[in-house]
Design a protein around this ligand. Structure first.
Ligand code: GUN
Length: 296
């Protein structure tokens, strides 16, 4: 079997078109375009590329976007001062602080400084808590990208056995929550699935993965998911972005495509979907801002 490709590039382009139409309609009604401020600290080349791609994507859909590029030795006080300024700026609906930060900066303190209503990454504890309770304000971008990539290729998660490999706060944990939770009106992207989270300390990883109808690999280990670990006909989503000898490779070994029903490529799978979901959250943040400033 050669697996079907879960084409994140094309799917994200379709989502961007839908968002561009919604932004244009907003502007036609006299509302300001959604605005996203990205903060980049230091000169990590991967982070620079991600932030540039996010900026370009905003422009493609008619949103405003600003990049605040700060030196690697910026003090915490100055960074927090900028966040405070952006929290108060009515043109800025979404704020993202690109991770990782240099080691002298406390990532948790920085994430908590962002106004949770502008926290389009959904990293703030308030937004993590709301997601956990099944009352999400924003879905975190990469987990939401995975869910939408599956759904838009016709793969339903309700009732399915899904194994999530990785337990990070950015991907594994929130994705497992989304897949697990009841799909309801306030929680429309949730999954109704039976979810297992596996990680580096799990015993017999292969046996745990083999029972899954859908496998999501988010471990950050190049090519760790091999064909023996995957059931014939499984759907495999690769969240890995690993630099190996100057190339970007995923967590899924290429030979898995001979056994699985569908696989997402790296690059061109979850990566573009993450950015599309960031745009969706920025639009949502602008809508929430406008709703909160209506006279009651
Ligand atoms: N670094 C790696 N992934 C992400 C992400 O989704 N958001 C931010 N802000 N930084 C990241």
């Amino acid at each position: 079997m050669t697996a079907r490709l879960l084409d994140g590039k094309a799917t994200a382009a379709a989502i961007r078109e839908e968002l561009a139409a919604q932004v244009a309609e907003r502007v036609r009604r006299g509302l300001p375009p959604p605005g996203l401020a990205a903060i980049l600290v230091g000169d990590n080349p991967a982070s620079q590329l991600y932030v540039r791609n996010k900026h370009k994507a905003c422009q493609q859909v008619g949103m405003r976007s600003w990049i605040h590029h700060l030196p690697a030795d910026i003090t915490a006080a100055r960074l927090l001062g900028l966040i405070e300024q952006l929290n108060a700026d009515p043109h800025v609906h979404g704020i993202l602080v690109q991770l990782p930060l240099p080691p002298h900066l406390d990532e948790s303190a920085v994430q908590e400084a962002v106004d949770p209503r502008k926290d389009v990454d959904a990293f703030h504890p308030e937004n993590a808590g709301l997601l956990t309770l099944g009352r999400p304000r924003f879905y975190p971008c990469t987990p939401h990208g995975v869910v939408q990539l599956l759904r838009r290729h016709g793969y339903e998660t309700a009732g399915k056995e899904i194994v999530v490999i990785g337990r990070s706060n950015i991907v594994g944990k929130p994705l497992a929550l989304m897949l697990l939770q009841k799909r309801t009106v306030p929680n429309p992207a949730a999954g109704d699935a039976t979810v297992t989270i596996v990680h580096t300390r799990s015993q017999d990883l292969a046996r745990l993965c083999q029972r899954a109808q859908i496998v999501v690999a988010a471990a950050g280990v190049p090519a760790m998911i091999t064909p023996e670990m995957v059931a014939p006909g499984a759907v495999v989503v690769d969240v890995g972005i690993n630099a190996v000898a100057g190339r970007i490779v995923g967590d899924v070994h290429p030979a898995v495509a001979e056994k699985a029903a569908a696989v997402s490529p790296v690059p061109g799978g979850v990566g573009p979907m993450t950015i599309a979901m960031l745009l969706l959250n920025t639009l949502r943040a602008a809508q929430l801002f406008q709703d909160s400033s209506k006279p009651s």
